[in-house]
Design a protein around this ligand. Structure first.
Ligand code: HEM
Length: 161
């Protein structure tokens, strides 16, 4: 049975690889792009549940507004995480609206031409660019945690919280 930390590694690595693979349709082809996009949408739910302690504790800390020297970094981290969540939600929502394969197959309805849906198509591509930048910043700001977690995984130090 995997530990909580092992689940986090597995899930986060899968999410990172699929986020990169989703960046260009040419890489996977449209059918895989759409199904991988939908699978990613589902995988974000356990990702949020596993990070729920951080989300709840940070929300409470920021709302309490107590003097805290580490609060600025936390504020930036929280704002980046929220912005990333908003971008991914916009990507998935617009992706579903412009879907040419998966959603028409699931709903048994004909796909709407991309030219008729160009606004959602534009939103889908623009938010993917914003999300890519935010994923980079998200990794950068959590870099110390990430390095500590990888070291723990490789047995180079004691387990991180
Ligand atoms: C987090 C998830 C997703 C990301 C990061 C993402 C990213 C992208 C990007 C960057 C493009 C433009 C690629 C290019 O020009 O080569 C694209 C195109 C496209 N995506 Fe997604 N996508 C996601 C989810 C989805 C989902 C769930 C669907 C549908 C079920 C979908 C349907 C499409 C379609 C139909 C296109 C082609 C648009 C066109 O050719 O004008 N995407 N996606």
């Amino acid at each position: 049975m995997l530990s909580r930390l092992q689940w986090i590694y597995l899930l986060d690595t899968t999410l990172l690889i699929s986020a990169l693979a989703l960046q260009t349709v040419n890489f996977t082809g449209l059918i895989i792009h759409e199904w991988l996009g939908l699978a990613t949408a589902i995988l974000i739910v356990p990702h949020l549940l596993l990070g729920w302690t951080w989300i709840a504790a940070t929300t409470r800390r920021l709302l309490a507004g107590k003097p805290d020297p580490a609060l600025n970094r936390t504020r930036i981290n929280y704002a980046l995480t929220l912005a990333l969540f908003a971008c991914i939600t916009a990507q998935i929502f617009s992706g579903i609206l412009i879907s040419q394969q998966a959603i028409p197959w699931l709903t048994k309805t004909p796909a709407l031409a991309l030219t008729a849906n160009f606004a959602w198509d534009r939103i889908h591509k623009n938010f993917s660019d914003y999300a890519l930048i935010l994923i980079g910043l998200h990794l950068a700001i959590n870099w110390n945690w990430l390095v500590a977690a990888v070291r723990t995984r490789l047995g180079w130090r004691k387990a991180v919280a």
